[in-house]
Ligand binder design. Structure first.
Ligand SMILES: Cc1cc2nc3c(=O)[nH]c(=O)nc-3n(C[C@H](O)[C@H](O)[C@H](O)COP(=O)(O)OP(=O)(O)OC[C@H]3O[C@@H](n4cnc5c(N)ncnc54)[C@H](O)[C@@H]3O)c2cc1C
Length: 487
């Protein structure tokens, strides 16, 4: 069948541009590629009206993964500031865990401008101001996208052999997908965090490296100020910061009830900013690279990636596939990895002349092998931490984390707590014994889950059985974790 393009990348955000570049790279520019986004050309990659709402932090390792493979370097001004890693502080601030290693603070408004210029040079076409509403099907195959041209108000239709959905967490294309029972369409509310942040200049207050550190992205675990999530203070310069927090709605409701308050994300952000003694007289940045992007609230998912990320002619990537890491909502790293990998999968499938579900299946396996094997275990870990009190988190971080655990956390792996609660180990307080047995439990479940993901079916035929067994374990684990909050 003749199509307008070989590949359509729906959504020209952070992930979409990497996908377009990767397809172009792996096909030696031999495939025709169209990137479609609802933003005007002068505001590319904007998530929603308030801007490119993000903490802006990503690891050097993930950027290198992409650059080494598809030969696209990220430099200044899209990289605004270098950091030595992320430092997560316990609620009592007595324990800090470093993770992710060297990294970058990005300018999310500049990044897509620069990325789009690079992508155009690679021969990719762009359509802006197109609001995509649905996919076009031919039997079991997706063969294109449709929507409305916001400028002309005319209907818009384009066809392709493969449509890659990079339209972000709210993807309408995924929500209404008609050609798969394997791809999950809707997300559980409890797997979404409501998050907000400001980008600000400030005067230096008290010297306190637990509140602002020009060399480290700081995370504050604190169930009072960021219930079910965390607060962050990420440096953009010695006197510039990306400061924000994320909450899980039902845990925020419980916290409000517990404290007799009526807070929401905006009021918590205000309190979080005001209580930071290292940051004084903070003002929203008016830099040209932040002007449309200095404050905003948006959602981010914190679960494993979609159980199946392909159907006939259709693939999911980035936030639309729920790729952000379940424990810290970092979505840029997985987007860099998946955006790179998918380029090769798309090219292989088109060259093999098989863009059916089966022909695209290898993408599921390649992503799991590189990154996705660990996310279900981290989802359990996140659910457990969300049930804990500030005292339990502080105690657990102080007493249960050995060097090896810190090392696994720094690599984004679930730590192995299977030795916890062994005979002779002194754990003070019943509440802390609950933490220990919870951590031991999620470790054990994690081992099973990693193994299960290593056995992800090689062909679509094996999926239903694999998925049934995944959900049986997850349902049991979620129920068990819920019992820890009652102890
Ligand atoms: C407050 C907050 C803080 C975060 N902090 C970090 C962090 O510090 N580090 C990190 O790694 N990750 C962080 N994340 C996650 C990170 O921002 C995302 O993982 C990343 O932006 C995902 O990129 P994406 O391209 O997949 O989706 P998006 O950035 O959402 O881009 C989607 C694109 O698709 C377009 N689009 C959507 N719908 C349509 C439609 N119907 N028709 C046409 N176009 C459409 C949009 O206009 C946009 O350009 C954070 C998220 C939030 C909300």
């Amino acid at each position: 069948m003749d199509t307008d393009y070989d590949v359509i990348v729906a959504g020209g955000g952070l992930t979409g541009t990497i996908v377009a570049q990767a397809v172009s790279h792996y096909s030696n520019r031999n495939l025709s590629i169209l990137s479609i986004d609802r933003n005007p050309e002068n505001l590319p990659g904007r998530k929603s009206n308030p801007g490119w709402t993000c903490g802006d932090a990503c690891s050097k390792e993930a950027v290198d993964f992409m650059t080494e493979r598809i030969k696209v370097p990220w430099t200044s001004p899209e990289i605004e500031h270098d950091v030595k890693g992320v430092m997560a502080f316990s609620p009592d601030k007595e324990t800090a865990i470093p993770f992710d290693g060297d990294g970058y603070m990005l300018n999310r408004q500049k990044l897509p401008e620069i990325q789009n210029a690079r992508t155009k040079k690679m021969g990719v076409d762009f359509d802006f101001e197109i609001n995509l509403t649905s996919l076009i099907y031919d039997g079991l195959q997706v063969i294109g996208v449709q929507g409305i041209n916001n400028k002309t108000k005319q209907p818009y239709k384009k066809t392709a052999k493969v449509v890659v959905d990079a339209t972000g967490v709210t993807s309408m294309l995924r929500n209404q997908l008609e050609n798969s029972t394997k791809v999950e369409k809707k997300i559980d509310r409890r797997d979404l965090e409501s998050t907000g942040r400001h980008i600000m200049y400030f005067d230096k207050g008290e010297e306190d490296l637990t509140e602002f550190d020009p060399d480290y992205c700081i995370i504050h675990l604190d169930q009072d100020i960021a219930p079910g999530g965390y607060g962050w203070v990420f440096p953009k310069a010695d006197n510039k910061v990306n400061i924000g927090l994320g909450v899980e709605k039902s845990i925020l409701d419980q916290r409000n009830q517990r404290l007799g308050k009526k807070d929401n994300v905006a009021s918590l952000m205000e309190e979080y900013l005001q209580r930071n003694k290292a940051i004084k007289n903070a003002k929203l940045s008016q830099d040209p690279g932040d002007i449309h992007n200095n404050t905003g609230v948006f959602q981010v998912s914190v679960r494993r990636q979609n159980d199946c990320m392909v159907s006939g002619g259709y693939m999911l990537v980035g936030d639309s596939a729920w790729m952000p890491k379940p424990i810290d909502a970092g979505g840029i790293g997985p987007a860099l990895i998946a955006g790179t990998i998918i380029g090769k999968n798309v090219v292989d499938a088109i060259q093999a002349n098989d863009v059916t579900e089966k022909g695209l299946w290898q993408y599921n396996l390649d992503y799991i092998e590189e990154y996705g094997y660990k996310t279900a275990g981290l989802e359990l870990f996140r659910r457990l931490v969300q049930t804990l009190t500030n005292e339990q988190i502080s105690y657990g971080m102080k007493h249960f984390l050995g060097n090896l655990d810190v090392e696994s956390i720094s690599k984004g792996e679930h730590p192995d707590f299977s030795g916890l609660t062994k005979l002779g180990m002194i754990i003070r307080g019943a509440m802390n014994k609950t933490v220990a047995s919870g951590l031991k439990y999620t470790s054990e479940q994690n081992q099973w889950l990693v193994e299960h993901y290593r056995n992800y079916p090689k062909e679509p035929e094996g999926f239903n059985e694999w998925n049934k067994s995944l959900h049986k374990t997850l349902d049991e684990s979620f129920a068990k974790i819920a019992t820890y909050s009652k102890n």
